[in-house]
Design a protein. Structure first.
Length: 111
């Protein structure tokens, strides 16, 4: 009886996943000529981080000993440069900071 319950739950879960994924796959496979028109009033999130574009002075804080219960923080000052990539559909941010505990370089890709 327990095996039957597990199979039923797996089938229900696979049906749910198929229901959620199928519209995305179908939408992605449609050609521009057959794709339904997009509502222009509905934001797609493509420009949500445009305020980050450019070069910025940054101030970061990092917990010195994470996951140990310590509340000691190290602070960094540095520079962040964010630019558009992939015809503006994405952004890449590079940053560099220095502090007494060392040099940190980072990269963020926003899709």
């Amino acid at each position: 009886m327990r095996a039957l319950q597990i199979v039923e739950k797996c089938l229900a879960l696979s049906t749910l996943i198929a229901t959620l994924v199928t519209p995305v796959v179908a939408r992605g496979a449609a050609s521009p000529a057959t794709a339904p028109p997009q509502a222009s009033a509905r934001p797609d999130g493509a420009h949500d981080f445009d305020f980050e574009l450019g070069t910025w002075k940054i101030h970061l804080k990092r917990r010195l000993h994470p996951l140990s219960g310590s509340n000691t923080w190290v602070e960094f000052d540095g520079t962040s440069v964010t630019r558009k990539v992939w015809q503006g559909r994405s952004q890449i941010e590079q940053f560099e900071t220095d502090s007494p505990s060392g040099h940190v370089e980072g990269l963020t890709l926003r899709l």
